[in-house]
Design a protein around this ligand. Structure first.
Ligand code: ZN
Ligand code: ZN
Length: 162
């Protein structure tokens, strides 16, 4: 996602941007990422800040059903022409010299969204998951396995036969 100096100079105020999620390399995202960005001038450049929204598709860890979740996160980037500030190596500081016409914040956008993705994903806290014996989705259907044997009971029975 490129931002041009002329755009930054005009003083962004909660301006909405739609960015193709493919261009940011975000996996399982719906087609577009929405950013609402503002920009202030600083003594060495600009401060760019705002909110980022991205709808992603998740599959439930228990029943594998697909569901969607909106990720909301914030962006706070310092664009500066001061090499000393950049050298401190903060990920959210980007070198932006007087001769640069634009700055590309795609990799920062990618990182803030990836960081917000949940590590675990359930379609709901009460998801019953999939029956380990017959594979039926227990949220949608009841299977007969439960009424006969649970896996543990079946193992006990096998021990008796031995
Ligand atoms: Zn589930
Ligand atoms: Zn079953």
């Amino acid at each position: 996602m490129k931002l041009y100096r002329t755009e930054l100079d005009s003083g962004l105020n909660k301006k909405q941007f739609l960015v193709k999620s493919d261009s940011l390399g975000i996996k399982n995202a719906k087609d577009r990422v929405k950013c609402v960005l503002s920009c202030d001038k600083t003594s060495t450049g600009y401060r760019l800040y705002g909110k980022v929204f991205c709808d992603i598709k998740l599959s439930c860890d228990r029943c594998l059903s697909e569901n969607e979740k909106q990720i909301k996160t914030t962006l706070n980037i310092l664009l500066t022409n001061d090499r000393d500030i950049v050298r401190e190596n903060n990920a959210d500081i980007v070198m932006f010299t007087i001769s640069d016409d634009f700055v590309d914040i795609s990799s920062i956008l990618h990182d803030v969204i990836e960081l917000e993705k949940p590590i675990k994903s359930l379609c709901g806290d009460d998801c019953k998951g999939i029956c380990p014996s017959c594979g039926i989705d227990l949220n949608l259907n009841q299977c007969r396995c439960k009424n006969n044997f649970s896996i543990n009971e079946f193992d006990k029975l096998k021990d008796l036969i031995k």
